[in-house]
Design a protein. Structure first.
Length: 577
C-alpha cells in the first residue's frame, strides 16, 4: 500500500513538472512608446518690405528702381539672346543653386528656375553657408546656354570648376563637367573665329608679393570636347597697377566690340573698397592695358554718412541691347548704419556710357541712383513675385511644388516636407539649424532692411526641446528663432538666439511665455534695420510682442561674416536620440 502511494506521488510530481515545462513564459513588457516625429503645419507665409527710401524716392513714369533684384542676389551675370535677357546669381551653400531670371526690358525679372536643382548635380556636404557656389557666368553659343562656375570646397584636387549646359535656360541643366583648373570666378568667351576661352581669378605665378595679390588667367577651351586645351597664361598680374599693390582682382568677363577685346574685372575686395576696372587689347592674348581713368564703377570715395547709401559696388557684367545700347548689372549693398546690412549683396542696373573707346558705368564721385531712366525696350509685365521696390506677397502653399525662390540649407538628402494642398507640412528632425547638417528649414530671402515675415503654425511638441516656428538665419552661428516649444515640460512660445560659435548650437532662450492653445498660432518677425521684434497671436491680428528691439546686427554680414544675406522661413526641430 505504501509503495502504491509513493508511485502515485511520483507520477503527480512528474505531471506538475511536465506542465511547468510546457507552459509558455510570461510575455515581456511592451517597449517604451516612442513619440512619432512631430509635424509642423504652416498654413501660409507672408512677407512685407517697406524701406523708407522708396517712400522718399518714388520712381516716376519712365524710370525704374534699384536694386532690380533686392536681397541676397550677388555676383550677377547676364546674356542676351535676341530680345530675351537671362541672368544668374551666386547662391553659395543654399539649395537649389544658381537662380535663373528672365526679362525683356532689363527691369522686370521673373525667376524661371535654378541651374542646380537636383541633389545629384552637386553635394554641398557640411560646408559653411558662404562656401560652395561662387560667382557664375552665363553665355550662349549655337543654341546652347552654358554656365561656368566654381563650387568652392566641394571637391579636392582642383576639380571645383565646372561647366553645365542647357538648351532651355529654365532647365533642365546638365550634370557638371569638371574642368580641372585652379582658381575661382571663371567666365567663358566665344570669339568670332569659333574659338573659346576661359578667364578666371587665380594665384599669381610664383610667391605672392602681398596679401590679396591675385592674377587673371586665360586658357583656350574646346567646346566640342568640353575640356581645356593649350597653355594657361596670366593676362593681368595683380590688377590695374601692381606698383600700388591692388588687391583681389577677380570676376573677369571678356568681350569683343569696336575692334577691341575688353577685359572687365572687380578689384579691391567685396567690401567698401570694391570697384570695377577695365582693360583692353587688340589681340585676345593681350597685352591688356588698363583704362587710365579706372575704376569705371565704385562708391568708395563717397561720404559714409550720406542718406540711403549704396556701397561695395562691383563684380559687374555688361550687355548690349538689340538697339545698340549698353547696360551693366553689378552687385551693391544697402547698409542701414555704417557697414551693417542684413540683406546681403544685391543686383543693380545702370546704363553704360562709352568715352573715347572705354565703357564707363558711373562717373567717379557719383552715387548709385535708386531711380533711373528705363532702358528703351518694350516694357515687360510686372512679375508675379516682385523683385524691387516695396512690395507685399503671400504664399498659401496651394501648389503641387514650392516655387524656385524658396531655399534650403545645403543639399537635401531626404524629403522632410510635403505640400498638402492647404499647408506646408514640415517634419521635425534632429538636424538643427545651428549644425552643419541639413535642417528642416524652408526660407525666403530678406529683401528689405525694414520688413516683416509672418506665418500661421499648428504644432504640438511632445518632448523637451522640440520646436517649430520662424527662423531668421544668416548662418549656423548667427540666427534667431521664434516659435512653439516644450520647455521644462511646459508649452511656451519662445525666442531663441545664437550670436556666435560660442553659444549653444540651438541658441539660448532670450524670451518666452507660457501658452495654452491647441489651435493655430500666428508668428511674426519685424525687421527695422538694426532692431528686430518678435510677436505672436493666438487670434488673428491680436499681436503680442514677446521681444522688442533685439540686436539685428548679429544677422549682418559685418558681424556674421561671409557673403550671404539673411533668410527668413519655416523651421522644425526635434532632439535626436
Amino acid at each position: 500500500m505504501k509503495k502504491q502511494t509513493m508511485r502515485l506521488s511520483t507520477l503527480a510530481l512528474c505531471a506538475v513538472l511536465l506542465a511547468a515545462c510546457t507552459t509558455p513564459p510570461p510575455a515581456p513588457p511592451p517597449p517604451p512608446s516612442v513619440p512619432k516625429p512631430a509635424i509642423a503645419h504652416f498654413d501660409w507665409f507672408a512677407y512685407d518690405g517697406h524701406d523708407p527710401v522708396y517712400d522718399t524716392l518714388k520712381a516716376r513714369k519712365g524710370e525704374y528702381l534699384n536694386p532690380i533684384l533686392a536681397g541676397f542676389y550677388p555676383d550677377p551675370s547676364l546674356v542676351r539672346v535676341g530680345a530675351d535677357y537671362y541672368l544668374v546669381n551666386s547662391s553659395f551653400a543654399w539649395f537649389p543653386g544658381l537662380p535663373i531670371f528672365h526679362s525683356r526690358d532689363l527691369v522686370n525679372w521673373t525667376q524661371i528656375g535654378n541651374a542646380i536643382d537636383r541633389p545629384a548635380q552637386l553635394d554641398y556636404k557640411d560646408l559653411e553657408m558662404s562656401r560652395a557656389l561662387f560667382a557664375p557666368a552665363i553665355s550662349y553659343h549655337n543654341g546652347t546656354f552654358a554656365i561656368i562656375n566654381t563650387c568652392v570646397d566641394c571637391a579636392p584636387d582642383n576639380r571645383e570648376n565646372f561647366l553645365i549646359t542647357a538648351t532651355n535656360p529654365a532647365g533642365p541643366w546638365s550634370d557638371p563637367v569638371e574642368l580641372g583648373f585652379e582658381g575661382i570666378d571663371p567666365s567663358l568667351f566665344f570669339d568670332r573665329d569659333g574659338k573659346a576661352y576661359i578667364v578666371n581669378n587665380g594665384p599669381p605665378q610664383g610667391t605672392p608679393l602681398y596679401n590679396g595679390h591675385r592674377a587673371i588667367w586665360m586658357q583656350e577651351f574646346d567646346d566640342a570636347a568640353k575640356k581645356m586645351i593649350g597653355p594657361r597664361r596670366v593676362i593681368v598680374n595683380g590688377g590695374t597697377d601692381i606698383r600700388k599693390k591692388p588687391i583681389w582682382i577677380e570676376g573677369p568677363h571678356l568681350f569683343r566690340t569696336r575692334g577691341w577685346y575688353y577685359l572687365m574685372c572687380a578689384e579691391g575686395g567685396t567690401a567698401e573698397q570694391h570697384s570695377e576696372v577695365i582693360f583692353r587689347s587688340k589681340k585676345v592674348w593681350g597685352p591688356y592695358v588698363p583704362y587710365k581713368d579706372n575704376p569705371i564703377l565704385t562708391q568708395r570715395t563717397l561720404a559714409p554718412a550720406r542718406p540711403f547709401p549704396v556701397t561695395s559696388t562691383g563684380h559687374a557684367d555688361l550687355v548690349e541691347t538689340q538697339k545698340g545700347q549698353w547696360y551693366a548689372v553689378f552687385l551693391g549693398t544697402r547698409p542701414y548704419a555704417g557697414d551693417f546690412y542684413n540683406t546681403g549683396r544685391e543686383t543693380f542696373l545702370l546704363p553704360v556710357h562709352w568715352r573715347r573707346g572705354w565703357p564707363v558705368i558711373l562717373p567717379k564721385g557719383r552715387p548709385v541712383p535708386y531711380a533711373a531712366k528705363r532702358p528703351a525696350l518694350p516694357q515687360d509685365a510686372a512679375p508675379i513675385i516682385p523683385t524691387h521696390g516695396n512690395f507685399t506677397l503671400r504664399e498659401n502653399f496651394h501648389g503641387a511644388a514650392l516655387g524656385p525662390q524658396w531655399l534650403f540649407v545645403r543639399t537635401p538628402r531626404e524629403r522632410w516636407y510635403t505640400l498638402s494642398g492647404s499647408s506646408l507640412d514640415i517634419r521635425a528632425r534632429a538636424d538643427s539649424i545651428g549644425s552643419r547638417g541639413q535642417p528642416s528649414f524652408v526660407g525666403w530671402r530678406q529683401q528689405h532692411a525694414f520688413a516683416s515675415a509672418s506665418t500661421e503654425l499648428e504644432f504640438a511638441p511632445q518632448i523637451e526641446g522640440e520646436r517649430a516656428g520662424l527662423a531668421a538665419f544668416q548662418n549656423g552661428d548667427y540666427f534667431y528663432f521664434l516659435g512653439l516649444m516644450r520647455q521644462n515640460g511646459e508649452l511656451v512660445v519662445a525666442v531663441m538666439k545664437r550670436a556666435g560659435p560660442g553659444d549653444p548650437e540651438n541658441g539660448v532662450v532670450v524670451a518666452s511665455a507660457p501658452i495654452d492653445t491647441n489651435g493655430p498660432i500666428e508668428l511674426k518677425i519685424d525687421a527695422r534695420g538694426a532692431a528686430y521684434d518678435f510677436s505672436y497671436a493666438t487670434a488673428p491680428g491680436s499681436w503680442v510682442t514677446l521681444l522688442r528691439d533685439a540686436d539685428g546686427t548679429i544677422l549682418s554680414t559685418k558681424t556674421a561674416g561671409g557673403f550671404v544675406g539673411t533668410v527668413i522661413g519655416m523651421y522644425a526641430f526635434a532632439p535626436g536620440p
